[in-house]
Structure formats: structure tokens, C-alpha cells
Design a protein around this ligand. Structure first.
Ligand SMILES: NC(=O)c1ccc[n+]([C@@H]2O[C@H](COP(=O)([O-])OP(=O)(O)OC[C@H]3O[C@@H](n4cnc5c(N)ncnc54)[C@H](OP(=O)(O)O)[C@@H]3O)[C@@H](O)[C@H]2O)c1
Length: 380
């Protein structure tokens, strides 16, 4: 069997990455994995994680898909290394006659399966499009590394940086294309998190409302866990969100005083020094429950608290061509800065136009001034 040229390898690994992305709405909380079997320039089998499944499902599905045509083929696998997920069915590969394996991953975690494959006579190459493949599972890798989910804070604002009128109204700041985009982004998250004020003021559902007519890669829409910070137990059963059957987690400062229906769980969360729910502990609890990513849709207070405590990995701002005036609520509540050196610095990752709005995606850099606002008992 002649090894494929480097450009062919790039082409097929890129195709495997595209294939893996098909699971982005449904595979949660499992990582996205794509696997292609290629022989004589043709795909003879493919496998992808579409549902939460067994670690090596993408490989086994690809082998089954090839149905006897796998002998002499090259296997392309996107999964990047992780001690928790490094399962490689070497015997199944041998039985299927796979002679060459190209992995996006490399590093220590792959040493053992690579050694086993090589000892069995399979040619193995590693690290192809690793960065791109890592990008598939940024949130999953983040949870394993840091013990808390990947946090995205979303805010819709007017051109003058306002997120709600002074009376609390905020529907709608942005246009339909932005709101549709928000639902696609919600659909990728493991959890949608908000605060009691937003839920009460907006009677928010915090669910995924998939765009009518748009194809969804699953029989039923996977609804993320809905998490609400409600330290003082102000939420009540008459709110619309409780009428939907998808699971809810309420973060309380104390033991629940209500008998909630089965789909509502409560978590008694320790308080931080400021007497608020300790966001870091709450995130750690969500990670313990296997949640990789949290999409935060809250007002200026809670969104600002996440930012101040350096718990935001990405900030997504939808900016609408509206002017809400100086009395309206701001974007984020932050400490009073006295010099420009203290001001948090963001890094713009992406800009796109959605109808009349702009979608701005930022990465956050740790800032010395923000660091000082972290309560001293919390680890950096
Ligand atoms: N434009 C947008 O994208 C957008 C998105 C969502 C909401 N909104 C608007 O925002 C307004 C509500 O905003 P808001 O600022 O009043 O409320 P908020 O930020 O949504 O939520 C405040 C909640 O967060 C909790 N909280 C506040 N500070 C905290 C901290 N440091 N640590 C932990 N928990 C903390 C409080 O819990 P406890 O009180 O229980 O302690 C409170 O329930 C509404 O008008 C809504 O329409 C706009």
C-alpha cells in the first residue's frame, strides 16, 4: 500500500474535522470526533459522534460503515489526546486490515495506543491539523484541564452600549438574524445560565428555539441544562420556564424551601465574601456534572461578576443600530477604575454582520486590575 501524499492527508483530515462538527449540537457532553477510512482516494467508511456515546464509537462506526472495504485503507481520526478519552480498538483495526493511521493528536496521552498500533504493524502518523482539531473540543479540553466549564458571556447591546432600559425592558434590542444565531449558539452549549432578575423581568425560557425549517442533526432538539442563580429563592412555579420539561438547576444560598417538580433540581452553593453565590464553586459543580460549556445570558450585574472574577473565556456581543440613551443599563457592571492601565483588555477574535447588527467575539486576557477584585480566599 502506498502512503498518501501529504496534501491528500491534509485534505482527508480536514474532511474528518468537518465531519466531527456534525455532532456539535447533539454529542454533548462527549467530545466531537470524526473518523474517515480512505482507500485509493475514496472514502470507504465514516464515523462521527452524534450522540453521547462510547469513546471509540467514531472508529467502530467507520469500520462498520466500510463493511468489508476497509482492508488496506488509511484511518483519519480527529480526536486529540486526553488521558480520559484515549481508547483505541487496536484489535478491531487489525481485523479490519487498516494499515495506516493518521491522528490529529500527538503527545504523551497517545504513547500507549500508538506503541500498540506500531507493534501490531500499523503505520502511525500524528499531529496533523492538531490545532484545528483541538478547536473542535476547546470546551471539553478546558473542563478536563481546569475543572470548570468553558464560559461564554453573551450580551445584546445598542450602539451606545446599553443592554436594558431603566425599567428593565430589553426585548428586543437585536434583529431576528442575531436572535436566530443566539439560538444556534445556545444549542451548542451544555448549559444556559442566567440570574433570577433576568428570569423574573423577562419571564425568560432559557431554552433552544431552533429556527423553523432549518435542518437539525437529530430526531429531537437537545435542550441544554438551564441554570439560574437565585440565592434568595425568588423564582416561583408560575414562571414560563418551569412549564417546559427540560432540566433546570437552581443555585440557592440555602436548602430549598419549595417542593419543585422532578425536572427542577436545586444546589445549595456556598457564598463568596461578598455574600453572593460563589460563581467559581458553582462552575466546579457544573463541571462535576460533566458539563463542558456554559452560555451565560444575564444582565449587566451577573455578567459583570463573571468578568470580574476572571471566569469568562469568551465574550460575544451583538451590537444593534439602536440608541437607548444614558438612563438605560450598561453592558457590564465593573469596579470604578481610576486609570486606563486598570481597564480590562479584550482581544477581538471575530466580527460578522447579521442583518443590521454586528456580532463581535472577544477573548479575555487576565488583567491585573480585575485580579485585585477577586476575594482573597479564592485561588487565582
Ligand atoms: N441585553 C442582554 O443581552 C440582556 C441579557 C439578559 C438580561 N438582560 C436584561 O438585564 C436586566 C437584568 O439585569 P440585572 O443586572 O438586574 O440582573 P442579572 O445580571 O441578570 O442577574 C442578577 C442576578 O445575579 C445574581 N448575582 C448578582 N451579582 C452576583 C455576584 N457577584 N455573584 C453571584 N451572583 C450574583 C443575583 O442573585 P441574587 O439576587 O439571587 O443574589 C441576581 O439574581 C433585565 O432587564 C434583562 O432584561 C439583558
Amino acid at each position: 500500500v502506498t502512503p498518501l501524499s501529504a496534501s491528500q492527508d491534509f485534505r482527508w483530515m480536514a474532511a474528518a474535522i468537518r465531519l466531527a462538527r456534525r455532532g456539535r449540537y447533539t454529542a454533548s457532553p462527549r467530545p466531537l470526533v470524526g473518523c474517515l477510512l480512505v482507500r485509493d482516494g475514496l472514502v470507504v467508511g465514516q464515523g462521527v459522534h452524534l450522540q453521547p456515546c462510547h469513546p471509540d464509537d467514531a472508529i467502530r462506526t467507520a469500520l462498520a460503515d466500510a463493511a468489508g472495504r476497509s482492508r488496506g485503507s488509511t484511518l483519519y481520526l480527529t480526536l486529540t489526546p486526553s488521558t480520559h478519552w484515549c481508547v483505541c480498538p487496536v484489535k478491531a483495526l487489525l481485523d479490519a486490515g487498516i494499515c495506516r493511521v493518521v491522528l490529529a493528536g500527538s503527545g504523551m496521552d497517545w504513547l500507549e495506543p500508538i506503541t500498540r498500533m506500531r507493534q501490531a504493524g500499523i503505520m502511525v502518523e500524528t499531529g496533523l491539523l492538531q490545532q484545528e482539531a483541538d478547536g473542535l473540543n476547546e470546551a471539553w479540553n478546558h473542563r478536563l484541564k481546569n475543572g470548570r466549564p468553558w464560559v461564554t458571556v453573551k450580551l445584546a447591546m445598542s450602539l451606545d452600549g446599553r443592554t436594558a432600559l431603566s425599567n428593565g425592558q430589553s426585548k428586543w434590542i437585536t434583529g431576528l438574524p442575531s436572535r436566530t444565531d443566539v439560538h444556534r449558539q445556545r444549542a451548542e452549549a451544555c448549559a444556559i445560565l442566567s440570574g433570577a432578575d433576568t428570569v423574573i423581568l423577562d419571564d425568560a425560557l432559557l431554552n433552544v428555539r431552533w429556527p423553523p425549517g432549518a435542518a437539525y442533526p437529530g430526531a429531537v432538539i437537545r435542550q441544554p441544562l438551564r441554570v439560574v442563580i437565585d440565592s434568595r429563592q425568588r423564582l416561583f412555579p408560575g414562571l414560563k420556564m418551569f412549564a417546559l420539561p427540560s432540566p433546570i438547576l437552581l443555585a440557592y444560598a440555602d436548602t430549598s424551601t419549595r417542593d419543585w417538580p422532578g425536572h427542577v433540581d436545586t444546589f445549595k452553593c456556598p457564598l463568596s465574601m461578598g455574600g453572593k453565590i460563589d460563581l467559581r464553586v458553582l462552575l466546579e459543580e457544573l463541571a462535576r456534572r460533566g458539563l463542558n460549556s456554559v452560555w451565560v445570558e444575564a444582565g449587566a450585574t451577573l455578567a459583570g461578576a463573571f468578568l470580574q472574577q476572571q471566569l469568562v473565556d469568551r465574550l460575544v456581543v451583538y451590537m444593534a443600530p439602536k440608541l437607548m440613551g444614558g438612563h438605560a443599563r450598561g453592558l457590564l457592571e465593573l469596579p470604578c477604575f481610576s486609570s486606563m492601565q486598570q481597564v480590562p483588555q479584550l482581544h477581538l477574535l471575530d466580527v460578522r454582520q447579521l442583518g443590521d447588527d454586528l456580532k463581535l467575539t472577544y477573548r479575555l486576557e487576565p488583567s491585573p486590575s480585575i485580579k485585585q477584585t477577586i476575594p482573597s480566599h479564592l485561588p487565582d
